[in-house]
Design a protein around this ligand. Structure first.
Ligand code: FRU
Length: 500
């Protein structure tokens, strides 16, 4: 019999998942010699969080991934927590005999001797064979700090103007910056954040990137992305905020008021995301991926053989909006590879009324929807997705309030945590009277990119495989559909059945 090992209940068909067992944060993403590397927090012996290793996968198109052997295992310095990889182009580390090579900087977690107090220190590993094998640096750890118990998740980048490396990492309730010329010895430069933004949970997984502002002839700003751990007082669980400002190679200055909080995603399932190193994208956009789960319930989601997926990879840019400069996220154009073009359907210039369903008769477990809607007199317009008699996931818009929402209260299996079933909403201003939505639906997720990536909602759902109906509904009045495209999406496993 031919079955597919990546075909189990709820297994995403175009999002990255580990073949088996537990995954959390994306780590060490780097592009080198034509390959996109994705490492990730991995527990190879179970489907819940445990002693952390780095799993590894490689892609040439960001869509299809080849699973590689485990890249890093715990050693005498502890478990392998989150971190980053850069290309050491000029061999500034002296580890590559003058050639370029890959250097990883990551947290190792153990305990202070004769104590229960957790200890987190930064270590270095290097690879001269394009990430296939890794050697631990003999003088690990390379950076310690006894003051902060939570001291982790280093993200390293090259700062061209000052010709030095910069490390940003989370230190409890702030981030710290360190600089280095050789990646091995690090000097404290500054810290940021004690009184800034949200402190609803412990700070984790920072990233600092320079992003272009759309339509501004190359003008850039620095964006500090920061994840905030789960806290029992907040229903949202773990989530990601960002700051926009300036960086001079040593310190970051926030352009906004210290109490302003800007969320990267308005759904529940985009956490610990950071960007790829050494990638050239059009107009200097950066490439981002997040962990599509939430510490609130990550260990409980109803999958069997594996647990957790990554979000779709996304390009990040900045845009001037009525609220100020904001990060926009767009799914990478490489995803076009998956469209079943011949089965695509398009509509335009259609008025819909309560009771109509333009999509009646269509079925799908994984597809893409693109639409441009004039809300008109409708009180509410939206999509019921992955429907059956008892299940639906709603992506809707309320015209008078200008609120976009996702409601996953009846999306499918949700009894594994009392706060999973939820509805969340966010302000979305129409552009010239129209709202623009781009949706990706997979076996266990919904991603909504609204107004060309200005607002994003990423959510897991666990519908029964037989919940395949879809509906475009309106209530309380008429709306005009200026554009609606529907594309079934191919599975990334379509071409590689495995015999059993
Ligand atoms: C974020 C995080 C990191 C840590 C890793 C451990 O999800 O808590 O701060 O390095 O997960 O797996």
């Amino acid at each position: 019999m031919t079955t597919h090992i990546m075909d189990q209940r709820y297994r995403p068909q175009f999002h990255f998942t580990p073949q088996a067992n537990w995954m959390n944060d994306p780590n060490g993403m780097v592009f080198f010699e034509g390959e996109y590397h994705l490492f990730y927090q991995y527990h190879p012996n179970g489907t819940t969080w445990g002693p952390m290793h780095w799993g590894h996968a490689i892609s040439s198109d960001l869509v299809h991934w080849e699973h590689m052997p485990i890249a890093m295992k715990p050693d005498h310095n502890g478990f392998i927590f989150s971190g980053s990889i850069i290309v050491d182009w000029k061999d500034s580390s002296g580890l590559f005999g003058g050639q370029p090579g890959l250097v990883a900087l990551f947290t190792q977690a153990d305990q202070y001797p004769d104590s229960d107090r957790p200890r987190q220190r930064q270590s270095l590993a290097y690879s001269s064979d394009k990430g296939r094998s890794w050697s631990m640096y003999e003088n690990n750890p390379v950076l310690a700090n006894e003051e902060h118990t939570d001291f982790r998740d280093p993200k390293v980048f090259w700062y061209e103007q000052k010709q030095h490396w910069v490390m940003i990492l989370a230190a409890g309730d702030r981030v710290q910056f360190y600089t280095s010329y050789d990646l091995k010895s690090w000097t404290f430069a500054s810290e940021f954040g004690l009184e800034e933004g949200s402190h609803d949970g412990v700070w984790e997984c920072p990233d600092l990137i320079e992003l272009p502002i759309e339509g501004s002839d190359g003008q850039c700003k620095w964006v500090l992305i920061l994840s905030i751990g789960d806290h029992p007082d907040y229903t949202e669980g773990s989530r990601t905020q960002y700051f926009i400002g300036e960086f001079d190679g040593k310190s970051f200055i926030n352009d906004n008021n210290s109490d302003s909080i800007i969320w990267l995603d308005h759904g529940r399932d985009n956490y610990a995301g950071v960007t790829w190193s050494d990638v050239q994208r059009p107009d200097r956009a950066k490439l981002f991926i997040g962990w599509m789960s939430n510490w609130k319930y990550a260990n409980l989601t109803p999958t069997q053989e594996w647990r957790s997926a990554m979000t779709l990879p996304r390009e990040l840019r900045l845009r001037r909006t009525p609220y100020g400069i904001r990060v926009v996220q767009q799914p990478v154009p490489e995803l076009l590879l998956l469209r079943e073009q011949s089965q695509g359907l398009q509509w335009s210039g259609i008025t819909i009324r309560p009771g109509d369903n333009l999509l009646a008769g269509l079925k799908g477990e994984k597809y893409e929807l693109i639409c441009e809607i004039e809300v008109g007199s409708a009180e509410e317009i939206g999509f019921n997705l992955r429907t059956s008699d008892t299940e639906k996931t709603v992506v809707g818009y309320r015209g008078a309030e200008k609120r976009l929402f996702v409601n996953r209260c009846e999306s499918g299996e949700n009894g594994f945590h009392h706060q999973f079933a939820c509805r969340h909403e966010v302000q979305l201003e129409p552009i010239e009277g129209r709202i623009h939505l781009h949706l990706f639906i997979d076996h266990s997720s919904v991603e909504v990119f609204a107004n060309d990536g200005e607002i994003v909602i990423t959510d897991q759902i666990f519908p029964d495989p037989s919940s395949v109906g879809l509906e475009l509904y309106t209530c309380g009045g008429e709306a005009t559909i200026h554009r609606l495209d529907f594309y079934p999406l191919q599975s990334i496993y379509a071409c590689e059945p495995v015999s059993s």
